[in-house]
Design a protein around this ligand. Structure first.
Ligand code: FMN
Length: 208
């Protein structure tokens, strides 16, 4: 058995950390350079290793490549999120699957009978799926940034309307919408807002 934590480098270099964190900036308007759907596929190959409770992996994605494919979505977004979503090179709708338990025999062979145990408790499943889908959503943003892309996440929407428009057949529930592009539009001063404050470690952490 290989213990990967002993064989991988101890730390990313500063350029990689900048790409993922310090220099990464929420983006509202992008250059016209198209984003190939395969980039989302590559990002998924990384994010799928994210940890989730009992390895549930409830995140589900709907990739909308064309403005026409986004029209049913855009009608249910907050007014301030509509035009920028239609104009983005690519939009990814991140959702969770409340019926994730159907995959448990494969995802959690170490928890025998979990599919049957979860099946009758829709409330428990919904909570597990939402929490763990949000963890995977964070990893999705990082994975897209690791592919050199800029991301504009949005939660301003009528969630029931989005689910009615996009998820009627599969029962998924929306978590957030991500607009994705290669770089911020240099012509648009609202493409990236000025950095707002960040909390310091000592404001958010107690060390005992
Ligand atoms: C889950 C989530 C929901 C958000 N919802 C919206 C939104 O509805 N509309 C919007 O313009 N920005 C939205 N944002 C963008 C945040 O305001 C932005 O990421 C944050 O202020 C940090 O900005 P920065 O990356 O430029 O520092 C959202 C971000 C996240 C992660």
């Amino acid at each position: 058995m290989t213990i990967t934590s002993l064989t991988t480098p101890a730390r990313l270099d500063d350029a990689a950390l900048g790409l993922l964190f310090d220099d990464a900036h929420t983006t509202n308007a992008f250059t016209r350079e198209p984003v190939d759907v395969d980039v989302v596929r590559r990002a998924y190959e990384h994010l799928r290793w994210a940890p989730t409770a009992m390895n549930t992996q409830p995140l589900r994605l709907t990739v909308l490549g064309t403005p026409e494919s986004r029209e049913p979505l855009v009608a249910h977004l907050s007014p301030g999120n509509q035009a920028k979503t239609l104009a983005a090179p690519l939009t990814v709708v991140a959702a969770y699957d409340p019926d994730f338990h159907e995959h448990m025999p494969v995802l959690a062979p170490f928890r025998a009978g979990m599919r049957e145990q979860l099946a009758p408790d829709a409330e428990l499943r919904d909570g597990l799926a939402r929490t763990n889908g949000l963890i995977q959503l964070g990893y999705l943003i990082l994975a897209l940034r690791a592919e050199g892309l800029q991301v504009g996440p949005m939660a301003g929407m009528d969630a029931a309307g989005v689910d009615g428009a996009l998820h009627a057949e599969n029962g998924w529930r929306v978590l957030a919408v991500l607009n994705v592009g290669h770089a911020a539009d240099p012509e648009d001063e609202r493409a990236q807002f000025p950095r707002a404050g960040r909390l310091e470690f000592d404001q958010v952490a107690v060390v005992r």
